[in-house]
Design a protein around this ligand. Sequence first.
Ligand code: SAM
Ligand code: SF4
Length: 378
Amino acid sequence: MTVAVADQRGRPLGVLRLSLTARCNLACPYCLPDGEEPPGLLNLEQRLAVIGAAVSLGARSLRLTGGEPLLNPQLETLIAAAARWRRPEAGTGGALETGTGTGLAEIALTSNGALLSAERARALRLAGLDRLTLSLDGADGAAVAAMAGLAGGATAGEVLLAKVLAAIEHARAAGFDPAQGALKLNAVIQLGRNDDQLLPLAALARERGVELRLIEFMDVGNRNGWRPEAVLSAAEMVEAIGQRWPLDPLGRSAHGTARRWRYRDGGGAKGEGGGAHLAVVASVSEPFCGDCNRLRVTADGIAYTCLFAAPGSGLDLRPWLAPGTPPQALRQALADLWQQRTDRWSEERMAAWERGAGDEDHPAPAIPAHAEMAYLGG
Ligand code: SAM
Ligand code: SF4
């Protein structure tokens, strides 16, 4: 039975972002994953228990992430097993938008795509994955290598780029239709690093009929050298792309992270559907804490209610995942966590800036410690 919970600001629990590993086959400098897993990783049954508990509290969307989730050999098994919580009309997208019914309306995955063979894409689809978002931060070898932390320079970047472009086609062939929103591209943009990739990335996505989601460089983790000056705001990104290809605003859907735009020219060669759109995730410059409905659970079972949470501030769910513990206890622990939730870190950061932080009289607010992105799963 589903009993929806709301937090202290009236925000429902709608999305479970479940990280399947803290490891990654890349080393993007803006993320910098650990080379090793944390001790005490959850097993498949424990992950399913977490999904079941979150669904029973109202979660409608399961988003699988990492580290790199394709490194998890049980990924397809997990997706297939999660089908037990699906609502009857799931997978169409409509149920998610209307917010009707209970159970999972969608299962989605974010991946860097390097390991997505044609076979793996088919297996994921067959298991029941609805949506796939692939990450790619550049359209040439040098940019890709720099953003993915590859030692081999432009040549290594060309190899990775070719793999991700092939992954897009494998995903499309497996049935992830970009025109239905089932296949998208994520790109993190850092000022002075890859802001010259905006137009090439938009062109690449338009040519392939895929929606490009541009993400502001975020202050997640403590190793990526984040500073406000390295953030290219979503407004600036949209301005730059709109000058080349005029855009019409579509807005942000309730509880969504992305503000979307439609290309006025229809979006290039395969532009009907996904490629006709551009999206920006502006969690730094335009915080959307007000309707954030995401619960994050790390690969080792720590629950966080904010992407910008301090390390060690999450709730360790493992005591409730021990053999013999009734599912009701885990459900209650998550319900209590959600009902106590007050997080609005991005809004607080913005408020501090608006108070005039950054000049001599108002020094910039100290950047508190954050849990690492590859640990939290983005
Ligand atoms: N490895 C997978 C990938 O890269 O898609 C999934 C995990 S990754 C942590 C999820 C998303 O977070 C990716 O799209 C990545 O680009 C984004 N990301 C990581 N660090 C970020 C940062 N500091 N600012 C903004 N986005 C970030
Ligand atoms: Fe790996 Fe994704 Fe982090 Fe890049 S963003 S290092 S691909 S987890």
